[in-house]
Design a binder for this molecule. Structure first.
Ligand SMILES: *[C@@H]1O[C@H](CO)[C@@H](O)[C@H](O)[C@H]1NC(C)=O
Ligand SMILES: *[C@@H]1O[C@H](CO)[C@@H](O)[C@H](O)[C@H]1NC(C)=O
Ligand SMILES: *[C@@H]1O[C@H](CO)[C@@H](O)[C@H](O)[C@H]1NC(C)=O
Length: 394
């Protein structure tokens, strides 16, 4: 794997070695020498090498002598794509993984299902996508599709972390999986609508055990994202069986305790699959008892709020991921994150429009996450990113 891309280069002969401790690239004709302790470092080094190639004033490709010793500032440099609100064809997902690699991103956070649709075709529960996808055949990801995305990412040094968000954001799950969601009540009768996952039924946990066992086999990454954001308590409140359960458990009217009850059981289930887990910040905010190896994903608030949240999360000893400042689509929908969430236009075209939303905008984030803390000159970055944009277009 290490040697193949090297042989493909014709401008210069490249020599690769793994017997070193830091990534280092030396270009000095007739050789460029790339040293990396791991294959992933070699992949990034090849990207760096391609960025050194420039066109001189006569249009000839040229490269200057140089030595670069390099490493990323952050180990997790992710891009989230949401394939539930708008189904993205596989080729669009793959088309986004290419510039991710060019910008040294290494995690594809696949927000694969949500309220709007369930395109993931489960082997164990195939009826969920049959009922819950926008279309049961054309708007689903088959096991072969998922495998293809994972392998395409792996060859580019990109991990695929799937998110299966519960107990909220699950309307699409309920269409094919009977009794999974909580029936909401209007007065003393079921209203016909459904709320979050029903946390008081044993069948819920039987389902989650089987479901996450499958997920842990399908997605090889060490982590799975369990969501946990924006749980609406109103439906739980309206349901008399839930009220009775709350009373039995001594939860009073504190529905975050019921959420904790659910999340706890879910974490125990996922722990048996040997996976690590990430969750959105609400789970931490609601005081759910968390395991020490949990990763808390911060996405809310203005700058002051998310910085305070990051401080709280890390001082409680947790590792954290940050997304708040980088909602790439937010710019078009106005500054308010809530407004953005609600105003998500239904006629949004997923394919090339998404691509142009993300790139080259995400390149700026890519540089922020990779480069040293003191690399902050905007003008300097602008000239680099302009050239990089052309490189990506090419
Ligand atoms: C390469 O070196 C030449 C000569 O020193 C210099 O003028 C040029 O700016 C360099 N180009 C790049 C892309 O580093
Ligand atoms: C649910 O499981 C618990 C624990 O195993 C058990 O005590 C309880 O009786 C079960 N409830 C139902 C309705 O089966
Ligand atoms: C962080 O913790 C402090 C002290 O408990 C609290 O006042 C503050 O609101 C917390 N920050 C956030 C964003 O929740």
């Amino acid at each position: 794997v290490l040697m193949t891309p090297c042989r493909a280069l014709t401008t210069l002969t490249m020599k690769c070695t793994t017997a070193v401790s830091a990534d280092e690239l030396t270009v000095d004709q007739p050789y460029a020498v790339l040293k990396a302790p791991k294959v992933w470092g070699a992949l990034r080094g090849l990207e760096t090498f391609s960025q050194l190639v420039y066109e001189d004033e006569y249009g000839a490709k040229s490269i200057n002598s140089t030595t670069i010793s390099d490493f990323p500032r952050f180990a997790h440099r992710g891009i989230l794509l949401d394939t539930s609100r708008h189904f993205l064809p596989i080729k669009v997902i793959l088309a986004n993984l290419v510039p991710m690699a060019m910008n040294k991103f290494n995690v594809f956070h696949w927000h694969i299902v949500d309220d709007q649709s369930f395109p993931y075709m489960s082997r164990t529960f195939p009826h969920i996508s049959q009922q819950g996808a926008y279309h049961p055949y054309t708007h689903v990801y088959t096991p072969a599709d998922v495998k293809m995305v994972i392998e395409f990412g792996r060859l580019r040094g990109i991990r695929v972390v799937p998110e299966f968000d519960t107990p909220g954001h699950t309307q699409s799950w309920g269409k094919g999986q009977k009794d999974l969601l909580t029936p909401c009540y209007s007065g003393d009768k079921p209203s016909g609508s459904f709320g979050p996952v029903n946390p008081i039924l044993n069948t819920t946990y039987d389902f989650m055990s089987k479901f996450f066992k499958e997920i842990s086999g399908v997605f090889p990454d060490a982590y799975v994202h369990l969501g946990g954001d924006e749980v609406d308590f109103n439906c739980w409140k309206s349901n008399p069986d839930i009220q009775k359960f709350m009373e039995q458990q001594g939860f009073g009217q504190d529905f975050s305790k019921l959420e904790s009850f659910y999340i706890q059981k879910l974490l125990d289930i996922v722990a048996t699959t040997q996976k690590g887990y990430m969750i959105w910040q609400e789970v931490f905010d609601n005081g759910v008892k968390l395991k020490a190896d949990m990763i808390i994903h911060v996405w809310k608030g203005n700058q002051e709020q998310y910085q305070s949240e990051m401080a709280n999360v890390t001082s409680s000893g947790f590792q954290t991921l940050l997304s708040t400042p980088w909602y790439l689509n937010r710019i078009s929908y106005g500054q308010d994150w809530q407004g953005h969430y609600k105003a998500d236009p239904q006629d949004f075209k997923g394919s090339s429009a998404l691509f142009n939303f993300n790139w080259p905008r995400a390149s700026a984030v890519g540089e922020r996450l990779w480069s040293a803390v003191d690399v902050t000159d905007i003008n300097d970055a602008f000239s680099r990113l302009s050239v990089h944009r052309c490189r990506m277009v090419e």
